[in-house]
Design a binder for this molecule. Structure first.
Ligand SMILES: NC(=O)c1ccc[n+]([C@@H]2O[C@H](COP(=O)([O-])OP(=O)(O)OC[C@H]3O[C@@H](n4cnc5c(N)ncnc54)[C@H](O)[C@@H]3O)[C@@H](O)[C@H]2O)c1
Length: 454
């Protein structure tokens, strides 16, 4: 159940070092997509039920659905997947009466379904989303929005021409922690931003995508041709089916899986459209099990707002899994770690200071006297405030819940969601520059406004 108390707001400590449990939620930010607004196929009143279906009922699809159905008025009625075991488990989770199929077109043909959640591997995101929007469904599509660059414009255009809602599933964009970070940065809490350092390190086999292949995996239990779609047509392979992230044909490497969260977070907090160029390096260092993607990647990006972003994923990290972003400004740092954001404010001294000890005594005296005239001693009470503040989300807080709440609000109001197709493409397009840079061994240029490789 949805356990957190949204009204709690506790100020826990004094001014110099304070921890605040966040309670108030900053409202949804206006979307960036100026879509032609068409009426939904079946107009939904504010208190009507919204009927949804799941396309791609694997780990994330099942999790997303479990969150979505906690939003009042939302009901799952159907699920599509390419593995029998996941259709079976969908019935175990949501009732024997839900409709299940291997072919999502049977779901899209149903008039009683208002919206779909897409939790397929990356190489199916564009096609499933476009098919769903053309069939009149609103779409919550998992990140990364794209698998190849051509996916972006097609998804944006389809959302625009059909007037459908398309929300991309980087749930941190709806997090109250990220909203607080955005507010803190805008208020000047760390002065002028000059660098963002983000990382996501892991150490174990599951973290490195070695997901369990069930013993019944076979061409009978798995719809292999449908899973492959437009990917290279190879004979059935259970590892490719269940560990698809390890191959470029279906996934997008660490860039599409993890960098994209760090980019969407950075873009949301800074308001930037994205980097103008990027470069990345890395390699396959440890998990040499037949995969064709790297397990260590480091990327560097230029933002014309005057900061640089560095991102890192390391699947061979000696420690525990850790994920976080540090924003460095002229007057301090802001760190997002877990369900908290903290600011360490170190205001800049107004005086430049003196380094004169190596000069002759008379010269030192002359310089010091001139300095003291120019910079009279500041009263301590006039000094700018330094200090540490930390904001923590309430126990059990779920950004996914808020992301789905935002989506279903858009389904009802027809207003653009917080992470529309333009936002989603700007984040995924930027993240995937890392793959291009590694393939080409070169710096890659990107126009973040036009969303084009240059
Ligand atoms: N937002 C997040 O934090 C988050 C977390 C994990 C995964 N994801 C994203 O969710 C997506 C799914 O990841 P996962 O870990 O759940 O993968 P998964 O392998 O567990 O599930 C994918 C499912 O899609 C099914 N599928 C494949 N092609 C299909 C088709 N044409 N029609 C219907 N079903 C099809 C497969 O049978 C499989 O069951 C990925 O894009 C991933 O990046 C997002």
């Amino acid at each position: 159940m949805h356990a957190f108390n949204r009204r709690s707001f506790l100020k826990a400590a004094g001014a110099a070092s304070a921890t605040t449990i966040l309670g108030a939620r900053v409202g949804p930010v206006a979307g960036t997509l100026a879509a032609a607004q068409a009426e939904p196929a079946r107009p939904i009143a504010a208190n009507d039920h919204i009927q949804i279906a799941l396309i791609g009922a694997g780990g994330q699809g099942q999790y997303d659905t479990s969150v979505a159905v906690q939003i009042p008025g939302v009901k799952l009625v159907a699920a599509a997947d390419c593995y029998n075991g996941r259709l079976e488990h969908s019935k175990e989770l949501w009732g024997a009466d839900i409709f299940t199929t291997r072919d999502y077109n049977e779901i899209l043909a149903r008039k009683d379904i208002d919206a779909v959640i897409i939790g397929t591997p990356d190489h199916w995101h564009k096609q499933a989303a476009v098919d769903a929007m053309k069939a009149g469904k609103d779409v919550y599509c998992e990140k990364p929005m794209i698998h190849v660059y051509a996916d972006g414009p097609e998804m944006i255009e389809t959302a625009r021409s059909t007037g459908r809602i398309l929300q991309i599933g980087s749930q941190r964009v709806s997090s109250m922690i990220y909203a607080k970070a955005k507010e803190l940065l805008a208020s000047g809490a760390i002065g002028q931003l000059n660098m963002v350092t983000a990382h996501w390190d892991r150490n174990d086999a599951i973290g490195a995508w070695d997901y369990t292949v069930p013993p019944d995996a076979s061409p009978e239990t798995c719809d292999w041709p449908r899973f492959l779609g437009t990917a290279p047509q190879i004979p059935f392979n259970g590892e490719h089916f269940f560990q698809w992230r390890k191959w470029k044909a279906y996934g997008s490497g660490v860039a599409g899986d993890l960098f994209v969260h760090l980019f969407s977070g950075t873009h949301f907090i800074t308001g930037s459209h994205g980097p103008t160029r990027g470069m990345a390096t890395g390699g396959l260092r440890f998990w040499k099990d037949g995969r064709d993607v790297a397990d260590v990647v480091l990327g560097l990006f230029d933002y014309r707002e005057g900061f640089n972003l560095s991102v890192r994923v390391n699947f061979v990290d000696g420690g525990e899994e850790s994920e976080g972003l540090v924003f460095t400004g002229s007057e301090g740092t802001m760190e997002i770690a877990g369900n908290s954001v903290s600011v360490n404010r170190v205001p800049r001294a107004k005086e430049p200071g003196l380094m004169i000890g190596s000069f002759a005594d008379a010269m030192q005296k002359e310089i010091r006297e001139a300095y003291e005239q120019k910079y009279p001693r500041t009263h301590p009470e006039g000094a700018p405030a330094a200090g540490y503040e930390k904001y923590v989300a309430p126990a059990g807080y779920s950004d996914s819940y808020d992301h789905f709440k935002n989506f279903f609000n858009s389904v009802r109001t027809r207003q653009q969601p917080i992470e529309d197709a333009v936002f989603g493409y700007r984040a995924a397009g930027a993240a995937l520059l890392s793959n291009l840079s590694m393939e080409r061994g070169a710096v890659v240029n990107w126009d973040p406004d036009a969303m084009k490789l240059t």
